[in-house]
Design a protein around this ligand. Sequence first.
Ligand SMILES: [Zn+2]
Length: 209
Amino acid sequence: MTRKCWMLALYLTLAIALTGCLPPAHQGGLLPGDENMYWLTDGFDFPVGDPDGGGWDITGYRFLQWSAYSNSYHPGEDWNIPGAGNGDQGKPVYAVANGEVVFSGWNTALGNIVLIKHAISPTEFVWSQYAHLDQRYVDKGERVYRRQPIGTVGRGPNDTFAAHLHFEMRKVDLPANAWPRTNGAAWDASRVTDFWLEPSLFINQNRPQ
Ligand SMILES: [Zn+2]
């Protein structure tokens, strides 16, 4: 091997070794400290009660239960303190995982809504949506951590409902007020699952280590 070739081989080896040890600088701005970095999740907890949802249950509409109220399949879970009536109004609602608030605002059908985007890997995302809130504690663009209180349980617009948390998990980027209907016609259940996840199932499968 000539000296020139040997130097080239050494240079290539060094370059591979060095870049192999460095963070991926050009994969969507993932360097620590980069303003565009997505904050990866470290697992998912339940949105009410203790991290396991203790003290609360889905006593309202379950995932994909037919909702006579909305004349469609229910794309989330309605969480309550069993037997509390409106006694759960004002109780804290927690971010289920680290993420970034992508919507925090009012909707005439769902009341106060917070929608959070979660990076489960640098390229894979899910969204959690919290509706009928009494108060919202976070704004669009804020980063939130798992178990951070992001609002309180409410009753929806004009106290339409008995107090409960309407909670959704989505695998597609949908508007905060998305609902599985088109021109008033309900989507079938299998189409709903193209866009929405079963919240409790997903959380139970992705608990913090
Ligand atoms: Zn609901």
